[in-house]
Design a binder for this molecule. Structure first.
Ligand SMILES: *[C@@H]1O[C@H](CO)[C@@H](O)[C@H](O)[C@H]1NC(C)=O
Ligand SMILES: *[C@@H]1O[C@H](CO)[C@@H](O)[C@H](O)[C@H]1NC(C)=O
Length: 297
């Protein structure tokens, strides 16, 4: 339940806006229509041009701009004179072997992820109360292999010791073996026992799955909102206790874990000749310290 004051704040901010943004933005990961792929390889003020991508690959080679309509929040925060931000697809192939250092060649994973340019790991996106928005959609032409576990969106702490929350799909290691792998599952801090499933839903194809995840980094809580297509987001949980301390960076992409590798970046089997991807829309973060959370575009 919203408190009366936060509801009034939310209504006031709705009323003041019209077509422009509803809440103060912390960062914006929406790219304009026509944003050339090559721009991903140089400083562009939206995404980090260097990470996370396989050694020898450039982001422009793995990020596509598919011809699908924008997600719920594609245009939120943009006035009508601005082109609607284009969806992005992050893809992996056999070369998607990340090598952050010569002694850390991640042959057990195939991965590519976008990081927000301003999200250094110690910036304000992981302090106070912030709501992360993103939408995910399958690409029928580049299906995932649900025998594997995938991480799609996650916050990795600045010490690289945990994910404070993570959206997974596929056959989740340590999960219920009878569970349908074709499910989106949002987990709390993966180092906490027992592991907390914050929210899950069937990963239906042909539609955007819209998420808003509010993290109160002072109270150490996480709250989930969700909808499909252009429907307004609906509250799915209250603010649940979740250890989201440790700051860090938000990742948006495809991280495919090796079969039998127990989550070790250097272990597990990966079949060859893969071409897999996930479509993203409406990535941005708003400041929810006043209770402001945008639920519709
Ligand atoms: C995009 O949306 C428009 C208007 O709602 C619709 O006519 C069109 O078919 C959609 N295009 C795609 C690729 O879904
Ligand atoms: C899916 O992954 C499994 C395990 O790595 C592999 O045996 C199978 O061939 C893969 N399927 C496809 C369609 O690539």
């Amino acid at each position: 339940m919203y408190t009366r004051s936060s509801l009034l704040v939310a209504l006031a901010s709705l009323a003041s806006l019209g077509a422009s943004q509803k809440c103060k933005l912390q960062f914006d990961g929406r790219v304009p229509t026509g944003f050339a792929a090559a721009k991903f390889d140089a400083e562009n003020g939206i995404f980090n041009p260097s990470n996370v991508v396989g050694k020898g690959l450039k982001l422009s080679e793995v990020v596509k701009t598919p011809a699908v309509n924008g997600s719920l929040m594609a245009a939120n925060g943009c006035d009508s004179s601005t082109p609607k931000p284009a969806p992005l697809e992050v893809t992996i192939n056999d070369q998607s072997i990340f090598e952050p250092s010569a002694t850390n060649v991640q042959v057990g994973f195939r991965r590519a992820e976008l990081l927000i340019a301003s999200n250094t790991g110690t910036d304000a996106s992981t302090t106070g109360v912030k709501t992360l928005h993103f939408s995910v959609m399958k690409d029928a032409a580049r299906p995932l292999n649900l025998t594997h576990e995938y991480q799609l969106v996650f916050l990795e702490d600045a010490a690289f010791s945990t994910n404070q929350f993570v959206l997974k799909t596929g056959a989740i290691m340590g999960g219920d073996a009878a569970a349908d792998p074709d499910t989106l599952q949002l987990f709390g801090n993966v180092n906490s026992q027992p592991l907390q499933t914050l929210f899950s839903t069937k990963f239906t194809e042909g539609v955007f799955h819209n998420f808003a995840v509010t993290n109160d980094f002072d109270k150490k809580t996480t709250q989930v909102f969700y909808s499909q297509g252009t429907a307004a987001l609906k509250e799915q949980t209250k603010a649940l206790a979740n250890d989201n301390s440790g700051q860090g960076q938000f990742h948006f992409g495809v991280l495919k874990k090796g079969l039998g590798g127990n989550g070790d970046p250097k272990q597990g089997t990966q079949e060859a000749d893969i071409d897999e991807g996930i479509i993203y829309g409406g990535i941005f973060m708003e400041d929810s310290s006043t209770g402001c959370v945008s639920l519709s575009a």
